[in-house]
Every structure is written in C-alpha cells, then in structure tokens.
Design a protein around this ligand. Structure first.
Ligand SMILES: *Cc1c(COP(=O)(O)O)cnc(C)c1O
Length: 437
C-alpha cells in the first residue's frame, strides 16, 4: 500500500507529521465490545464509591467524592499563542485531577475500585452493590485487603494512581517502574508504603516483568495497561462528564459545530478510552487526534499493522523512545487499543520534545496553569490540522474547512499536579530559553 509505505518512511524520519486514519468511519461501529450502558455502569460504580473516596481523600470533599477536572476557557493562550485559530480553544484540565495528579486517576483508580468491590462482595464485607461502601474502610475490610497485592508496571503516572489508591484501601501495593520514571514519582509512592521495583528496561519490558511476577502469586492482581478493559472503561467515563460540561457551557457539538480533541498518547489506553467514549456519546462530529513524541509514536506504528498480532515496536523504525515526555515514553502500543481505535480515530500527529517545553512555558505565562511535558503534546494539534497539507486535505475531505469558525478545539492536558516546584521551574526555564523569551 502506497500510503502506508509513505507513513513508515515518515515515522522513520523522526520529524513531526500528521497521519490521517484512512479507516475512520462517521458511524460508530456497533460491533465494538464496550457499550454506552457499560460506561454508565462504570460512572455509577464511581458514584457508589464517592462517599468512601471523600473519607480517604479529603481533597475530594468539595466535588462530593468524584474525581473530575475542569473545562477551562483559555482566552489569553488563544490570543497570544494561537492567534490564527478561529473557533474556540479550550483545555480539559486533567493535569489537576486530584489524588493521582494525571489522567491515570480515571482508569487506574477505577480498576482498583472494581477489584476491591469484587473482593468485598466475595468475602461478605458488602452484601450487594446497594450496601454501604464505607464498610470498605472498616477493620474487617483492611484485614481482608492486606492479604492481597495490587501490582502494576508504569513509566510513573499509572504507578502513582494505582499505588496511592491501593495503599489507601489497605492492599499491599507494588509498582514496577521502567527506566524513564522520575525519582520524585518513586519517592512519592515509597512515602505511602508502596513497594517500588526499579527496572533498567523500557516500559514494555517492565510490563512483562511485572505481569510475570504477579501472575505467579494467586493473591496478586496485576493492572495490565496493555490489555485492561476496566482501565479503558474508567477512562471512557470522562466522555459522560465532558458531555455535561459542554452542555453547561452551552457548547454545541453537531454538523455545524465540530469538536476537535487533541489527546497525548502513550500505550494508548487513556486517550483510547476517552476517544472511544467521546465517539460513542457525542457522535460523528467529535474528531479525535492522538499526539505522540517523534521518538515514541507506538500507536501510530500500531495502527499501520494489518493485524493486531503483527504490531511492531518503534525500535523497528530506528527510533529510540528518547523523550522527556515520560508519560508517553512507550515503545509498543496496546494491540487491543489499536483494534478499538481502528474506525474511531481521526488521526495521530507526532511532536518534538522542544515544543512541549515551549507550550508548557506559554501556558504558564498566559493562564497560570502548570502541566508536565507529556501533557503539552496535544498543543501542536490545531496547527497540524489547519496549517499542514495533510490537515487541510483532511478538513476539506470531511467538509470541515468552512465550519472552523464555529468549531471547538480541546487540548486535553493529562498531568502535572504533583510535579515538585523545582522540577516545574526547570521545565519552564527550558521552554523560556527555547523561545528566546
Ligand atoms: C499515561 C499518560 C498519557 C497517555 O496514556 P496512555 O494510556 O499511556 O496512552 C498521557 N499523558 C500523561 C501525563 C500520562 O501520564
């Protein structure tokens, strides 16, 4: 296929480009396994746990125990950094998600709650799902959970999410950290009694090692970022919440008012679950794009494979996963996520590390919002779409070019809340320097 040969060459080059998914369909593929009802069930489960979460994490009091982020208008960022963008620029602020400080609060916490609920039901701590969930912080529950382990492999943020919620519920928690994980993320976990295992290898290797160790212990539960439908479902709940926020802000999403969403992407689960939910709930007029580092475009590679069993790693394209975006530093995509995205995703663009720091700095300057480098990956999206030949061809093919004035562009900022101030200062100094500001 001519198109995929070109794409392979562009991936190898390691320069930023936009790939448009030729298999994207306007209609939602109803053959896919996760339904709107499943996502509603997940939202209901999170609501059952809300009183308990408020007890465990007092910072959730104001939000009634729901872990959710704001939808931010960013007028100064739009005026100063995106002056040519017509339509409205918004940020979905998962950089500030409480408890875990990143988008991983959605999927990771959800999966551990599912596991604790199942154990509690099986052992009679809860009689049914209408029972009082505060029983999960009783001594009896603590004694039960302390016999079980929750394990996960991570480049940092998933470990933070799983480790914190698991330890809070009384599980033994083990986090396998890949080589790129930042020291402060490991320390934050150790301070909460989480066992941190440091690996010298990349993320895919840390997943394989963590999974093997956990599978050998019947009382250990492994949160499998490459294969977990529960993680994915937890992420998808974001779509229900965003729908409400768009309604509250009187922002329409329809044929005349397209919504473009730019999502930083690592192994694919978080942006995949969110995009899945958005396409299912908001329909064909939401257009989802993933953003990956030029050195680690694993889902872009994965989407080129003719079959999910043949997915290659970015190393096969001469790339090295050399990126400061630790949340996105993944060499091989989740095959399952690639299959789920086949007809739903609009495209993927790659981004140079330098741009992450520039946008991080500009966002701080314009809006006083601080994010981690990974979370800035989507910021080149509007330009990729409106100012590159590939993007312009896409807009014209979908008859979107005359709708841009009425469009909404949503940058999903995926992490940053717990970055220590001295680290954040280094990030923004680097961006400032790059901009010659
Ligand atoms: C994990 C992560 C992502 C991407 O999620 P995946 O499920 O790995 O694709 C994006 N941004 C940040 C900050 C993350 O931690």
């Amino acid at each position: 296929m001519h198109q995929s040969a070109d794409t392979a060459g562009q991936i190898r080059q390691g320069s930023p480009f936009l790939w448009i998914n030729p298999q994207r369909q306007a209609n939602f593929n109803t053959g896919l396994p996760l339904t709107l009802e499943d996502i509603r069930h997940a939202d209901n489960r999170l609501r059952r746990f809300a009183p308990l979460l408020t007890q465990l994490f007092p910072e959730l009091q104001e939000a009634g125990g729901l872990i959710e982020s704001r939808l931010h208008p960013v007028p100064s960022l739009q005026a100063n950094v995106f002056p040519d963008l017509t339509g409205q620029l918004l940020i979905k602020g998962d950089h500030a998600l409480p408890v875990a400080g990143s988008v991983k609060a959605r999927g990771g916490i959800y999966e551990v709650l599912c596991h604790s609920e199942a154990l509690a039901l099986a052992h009679g701590i809860l009689t049914d799902t209408d029972d009082d969930y505060l029983k999960l912080i009783s001594e009896a529950a603590k004694t039960l959970f302390s016999q079980y382990e929750v394990a996960v492999s991570s480049t940092g943020n998933l470990g933070l999410s799983i480790g914190v919620i698991s330890a809070a519920l009384g599980f033994k928690a083990t986090v396998h950290m890949s080589v790129e994980a930042k020291e402060w993320k490991k320390n934050r976990l150790r301070n909460r009694g989480v066992k941190v295992v440091e690996h010298k290898d990349d993320y895919s290797a840390a997943v394989a090692a963590g999974r093997a160790e956990s599978d050998a212990d019947p009382k250990s539960y492994f949160v499998d970022d490459e294969n977990s439908q529960q993680l994915f479902t937890g992420y998808a709940v974001a779509a229900l919440r965003l729908q409400q926020q768009l309604n509250d802000a009187d922002i329409a999403v329809d044929a005349e008012h397209p919504l473009f969403v730019y999502l930083p992407c690592g192994v694919g689960g978080a942006p995949g679950g969110i995009a899945y939910g958005l396409r299912l709930i908001l329909g064909p007029h939401v257009h989802c794009f993933f953003a990956e580092p030029v050195e680690a475009p694993c889902v872009l590679v994965g989407m080129q494979a003719p079959a999910e069993t043949d997915i290659e790693s970015v190393y096969d394209f001469g790339l090295k996963v050399a990126t400061e975006a630790d949340g996105l530093a993944v060499s091989k995509a989740s095959p399952w996520v690639c299959s789920m995205m086949r007809t739903l995703l609009d495209g993927i663009f790659t981004v140079d590390d330098d741009r992450l720091f520039e946008y991080l700095y500009q966002l701080q300057q314009c809006e006083d919002i601080s994010i981690e480098p990974s979370a800035a990956a989507g910021f080149t999206g509007p330009d990729m779409l409106t100012a590159t030949p590939a993007g312009q061809a896409y807009l014209s093919n979908h008859k979107l070019d005359d709708k841009l004035d009425n469009s909404t562009h949503l940058l999903w900022t995926t992490g940053g809340l717990f970055v220590p101030p001295e680290e954040m200062d280094k990030f923004s100094a680097r961006g400032k320097d790059l901009l010659g500001a």
